[in-house]
Design a protein around this ligand. Structure first.
Ligand code: ADP
Ligand code: MG
Length: 236
């Protein structure tokens, strides 16, 4: 993003957070990922588009270390410190908001960090609420706080705003941009929304027939201006 408030050093920016070369994943006879190539640099924000069933969630599961069947099959490197945000916030209903943020967090300053994270997502006054008392958008804010309090090197987001209304989604875009500028994780965001991809990402990749078939950098005066050629290509 060109509006970053925290610049990474040139050396850090050049570092590769994710390296995938020839990733394969099949379910029985069905080949889902077939020699997929994708690199993501530290602090880079990549949006991933692709039809339903094209393997986007399969790729994210592999990157999250949740799929033991891809080891040695093209996933060359991914950070150990990965956070995942799903379409549903997946909060534990029997834990209050702050305790959901703190899940599994270690260290004596945990509660302070959790509170700071809730403050960052605009929910400082809701730390004692139960998840059921929050709107869908607020629950997703808690989910973002829970992810970012761990300072992940890689943030994976699987259609995180797909279930939200249009206005809430726009607010969440603003929030995610702010959070990413502050924390600078590498991000891989799966979305169906081309405008969302262009709004948020440094690069937009398309997954098709098991491979990345397009990988387009987003320039402020490039595809973000809706008349450009790259934008038209992505909209096809
Ligand atoms: P996307 O997220 O792009 O919609 P998925 O990665 O969820 O797609 O799924 C890609 C394909 O892999 C689909 O055909 C899906 O049915 C299949 N698939 C995903 N997970 C499994 C699984 N655990 N067992 C069998 N098939 C699966
Ligand atoms: Mg999916």
């Amino acid at each position: 993003m060109a509006t970053d408030t925290r610049e990474l050093s040139a050396a850090a920016r050049a570092r590769t957070a994710v390296r995938i070369h020839g990733l394969e994943r099949s379910f029985g006879e069905r080949k889902v990922l077939q020699g997929l190539e994708l690199d993501i640099r530290a602090g880079e924000f990549v949006a991933l588009l692709g039809r339903s069933g094209s393997g986007k969630s399969t790729l994210l599961r592999a990157l999250a270390g949740l799929d033991h069947n891809v080891y040695g099959k093209g996933l060359l490197s991914a950070p150990a410190n990965v956070s995942v945000v799903f379409q549903d916030a997946r909060l534990l209903p029997w834990k209050r908001v702050l305790d959901n943020v703190l899940l599994g967090l270690t260290g004596s300053d945990g509660r302070e960090r959790g509170r700071a994270a809730l403050d960052e997502v605009g929910l400082a006054d809701r730390e004692s609420a139960w998840p059921v008392e929050l709107s869908g958008g607020e629950q997703q804010r808690v989910s973002l706080a829970r992810s970012l309090v761990r300072e992940p090197e890689l943030l994976l987001a699987d259609e995180p705003f797909g279930a939200l209304d249009a206005l809430t989604r726009i607010r969440m875009h603003k929030l995610l941009r702010k959070l990413c500028a502050a924390h600078r994780p590498a991000v891989l965001l799966v979305t169906h929304d081309v405008d969302e991809a262009i709004e948020l990402a440094d690069r937009v990749a398309v997954l098709e027939e098991g491979r990345i078939t397009a990988d387009v950098p987003v320039e402020l005066d490039g595809p973000r201006t809706h008349g450009s050629k790259e934008y038209a290509e992505l909209r096809e």
